[in-house]
Design a protein around this ligand. Structure first.
Ligand code: GDP
Ligand code: IMO
Ligand code: MG
Length: 431
């Protein structure tokens, strides 16, 4: 199994971080291929809770080397603060273990300011971004005007950065937002440029060498399928390609690297979304929603890891899961947060949609056109037992196994692992 790709099957926050941590024990390399510090990947090891935004979650496990691929957008301020907090608790995040692609793009304070100003200008139509500058950074990338990590180690970085901030200041003025003070940005970024130098590498070549040597590379997706710029619920999406095939482009791997690869779709046992956009299986009945979301007392309750916003919750959307399985080419599913469903009197799963009396097993235009479609549910019995201590498939209550079987059947992909709590060992291999 040379390449294994872990992808979110829904709108993000499926528990990718904890699943990458589980697989990391079998990998020599763990690499992120998209997004930036809009991600929030939680890994719980004993009493320690790690919240990774930028650095691959696999770094928490002592085994693999961590790579930040060319498909990422990197805010150096977040990078160094994350490195510092990891090293403070004894996780090695030095340049021998953390490698950053020279071709990855930068996020600057100008991108963050533009993200916020553009959201404000959208008013009621706002996307609900994380405010981390993701959209503006990818916009500059596509416009071929952005700065890359390679620029930071070049001789004319300060000059290029100055030009970038001046140009952003003109855009900010057009949006009625205050200009950035260029001097302090140049000062701090000059320091970051010195610090980043030992981490910078041709990570694509390093991964190619690892794969040729028979090592396992674990590709860690950020966000989720339905937030993909092309195939998600556009325009309520992020600005990167989140899907499994993007792992090749975002890490600089060729098509043959994907031969025999495993594509693991991580899917919550229900559905959540943070930010605006369509959500057909959303639960609006507050007492039921609260039951799934939690009050915020537990670290795993449904409040954004990056922004702290309450997540919208709903029933698992099997139609969109089938869509995710097709687009990513999932070879297996990992179901997380099964423990949260204990005590629900019944559990629903959306198996089809209906419009004007006609049943649709697949949406004609995927999740981009949901106008007039209504979810059709299959209802299954719940269970009362606490499943968080269970480690064997046969010990799960029968209704829980029936629900997991239903998910696999609806998605058309076998369930391989089930997570029954946030802790590293709270995993049940499927029977
Ligand atoms: P990611 O962005 O996909 O890595 O997911 P997040 O870390 O943003 O959100 C998932 C949350 O659920 C985190 O707080 C995890 O610690 C927690 N979590 C993951 N798997 C489980 C599980 O099986 N049960 C419970 N109760 N919490 C889980
Ligand atoms: P992880 O990797 C959940 C959402 C934002 C917003 C939209 C666009 O932890 O699963 P952006 O800042 O990317 O321009 O915001 O995407 N979003 C996420 N939602 N999990 C994430 O990451 C997300 N990253 C972005 O809430 O709706
Ligand atoms: Mg998250």
């Amino acid at each position: 199994m040379p390449l294994k790709i872990v992808v979110g099957a829904q709108w993000g926050d499926e528990g990718k971080g904890r699943i990458v941590d589980w697989f990391a024990s079998q990998a020599e390399v763990v690499a992120r291929y998209n997004g930036g510090d809009n991600a929030g990947h939680s890994v719980t090891v004993g009493s320690q809770l790690f919240k990774l935004h930028l650095i691959p979650s696999g770094i928490v496990h002592p085994r693999p080397v961590a790579i930040m691929g060319n498909g990422m957008v990197i805010n150096p301020e977040s990078l160094f603060s994350e490195i510092e907090s990891l090293e403070k608790v004894g996780v090695d995040a030095g340049p021998k273990r953390l490698r950053i692609s020279h071709a990855a793009h930068l996020i600057t304070p100008a991108h963050k300011a533009l993200d916020k100003a553009m959201e404000a200008a959208r008013g009621k139509e706002s996307i609900g971004t994380t405010g981390r500058g993701i959209g503006p950074a990818y916009t500059d990338k596509a416009a071929r005007t952005n700065l890359r990590v390679a620029d930071m180690v070049g001789t004319d970085f300060v000059e290029k950065l100055g030009t970038h901030i001046e140009s952003a200041n003109r855009s900010l003025a057009a949006l009625g937002a205050p200009a950035l003070d260029i001097g302090p940005v140049l000062d701090t970024f000059s320091q970051y440029a010195t610090r980043i130098r030992p981490f910078v590498a041709d990570t694509a070549a390093e991964m190619d060498a690892a794969l040729r040597a028979g090592q396992t590379v674990l590709a860690e997706g950020a966000q989720g399928t339905l937030l993909d710029i092309d195939h998600g619920t556009y325009p309520f999406v992020t600005s990167s390609s989140t899907l499994a095939p993007a792992a090749l482009l975002g890490l600089g791997l060729g098509m043959t690297a994907a031969r025999d690869s495993i594509v693991s779709g991580v899917c919550k046992a229900f559905q959540t979304r943070v930010g605006s956009g369509p959500f057909p299986t959303e639960i609006h009945e507050e007492s039921l929603a609260l039951r799934l979301r939690g009050t915020g007392e537990n670290p795993w309750d449904e409040y954004g890891t990056t922004t702290g916003r309450p997540r919208r919750v709903g029933w698992l959307d099997g139609v969109l899961l089938r869509y995710a399985a097709r687009l990513n080419g999932f070879t297996e599913l990992v179901i997380t947060k099964l423990d949260i469903l204990s005590g629900m009197p019944h559990i629903k799963i959306c198996t089809a949609y209906t419009r004007n009396g006609k049943i649709y097993h697949d949406l004609p235009f995927g999740p981009t056109d949901l106008e007039g479609f209504e979810a059709v549910y299959e209802e299954l019995p719940g269970w009362t037992e606490d499943v968080s201590g269970i480690r064997r498939w046969e010990d799960l209550p029968q209704p829980a196994r029936d629900y997991l079987d239903a998910i696999g059947r609806v998605a058309g992909v076998p369930v391989r692992l089930v997570s029954v709590g946030p802790e590293r060992e709270q995993i049940v291999p499927a029977g």
